[in-house]
Design a protein around this ligand. Structure first.
Ligand SMILES: [Zn+2]
Length: 327
């Protein structure tokens, strides 16, 4: 192709948007997956799905500007979304961490009209797992389990080099039962991994114990750093301060993750486990090693443990994965 060809004749650049509960991450990449522009906007905490869609379009437009391209010149924009994603219909429902978003909303159509290019939707955890498989820590393998340790515990599966979605609901490692009749999970059931290791569940437990008089600096630290939630950074600071409650809850989370991951590996015998998510990425190597140590006693095939790796794409994994939705 000569330089005089219109750039829109064969567009090679694609956009990716990772829609999270606290932030929207948008990138524009070239055919070799290099990031040419990026932008990060806070996720609206008020309004409804249309407001969130506007914020997503603004973030992508900013990323496109940084890449010196109009959004309409992109080959397409992929979106990794929480909630129940109907990729064929282009809709998202039950995105319960987002404002007013329980009913089905036509997100693909809303973004298409704002950006002027085609839009493809995927599940946030699914696209992040695909990104690690194709571009990140999972590249050497044919089967892997992605474990995303954050507000909740998300899971994604690649089997025989293909994503495994089951009937649409596969990968929910956060709701593997690690203790029958155990702690109440945010999903309403009892004893799930997420009830012990999810950041939201740990925060709720810390608050209850704090209200009952258990000493902790967690909430002071959140206030000092102007956070209304116990973010991954607040947990990290509390651990650095030797906060006893934070240490106890995180130790319990590590044990729970080891148990849940080992159970999943006993069933699936994947070659690799990739640990990502806000807490997973922030805590990094020492915690990866601790999760392995917590996993090993529960492994049936303990002479051949899987490789357990940190997500290589960090915070951008979701946005990278979203770009892969565009052929
Ligand atoms: Zn659950």
């Amino acid at each position: 192709m000569s330089e005089t060809d219109a750039p829109s004749a064969q567009p090679t650049l694609v956009g990716g948007i990772d829609l999270g509960g606290t932030k929207i991450e948008a990138i524009v990449t070239d055919a070799e997956h290099h990031v040419l522009g990026s932008a990060r906007h806070p996720t609206p905490t008020e309004g409804g799905p249309a407001d969130v869609a506007n914020a997503m379009a603004a973030a992508l437009t900013e990323a496109a500007k940084a890449a010196s391209v109009e959004p309409s010149q992109l080959r397409g924009v992929g979106v990794g979304s929480p909630g129940v994603v109907d990729a064929a219909a282009g809709t998202v429902s039950h995105a319960d961490n987002l404002p007013g978003w329980s009913a089905s909303f036509p997100l693909a159509a809303a973004l298409k009209s704002a950006l002027g290019t085609k839009v493809a939707l995927g599940n946030d955890v699914g696209v992040a797992t695909a990104a690690e498989f194709e571009l990140g820590a999972g590249r050497p393998y044919h089967s892997l389990l992605g474990v995303f340790w954050g507000t909740g515990i998300g899971g994604g599966l690649i089997l025989d080099s293909k994503p495994w979605h089951g009937r649409g609901g596969a990968g929910e490692i956060g709701h593997m039962v690690i203790r029958e009749g155990g702690r109440r999970c945010p999903c309403g059931r009892r004893g799930c991994l997420e009830a012990y290791a999810g950041r939201a569940a740990m925060e709720a437990r810390a608050r209850r114990l704090h209200d009952r008089g258990v000493k902790t600096r967690l909430f002071e630290l959140a206030q000092e750093h102007d956070r209304d939630r116990l973010t991954s950074g607040i947990w990290e600071r509390a651990l650095e301060h030797g906060d006893r409650l934070a240490t106890k809850l995180i130790d319990r989370a590590v044990d729970a993750l080891g148990t849940g991951i080992a159970s999943a590996v006993n069933l699936l015998d994947v070659e690799a486990v990739v640990i990502g998510g806000g807490l997973g990425v922030r805590f990094g190597e020492p915690y990866r090693a601790r999760i392995v140590a917590a996993m090993l006693p529960h492994l049936f095939n303990d002479s051949r443990p899987p490789a357990v790796l940190l997500a290589a794409l960090g915070d951008l994994g979701g946005a990278y994965g979203a770009t892969l939705l565009i052929d």
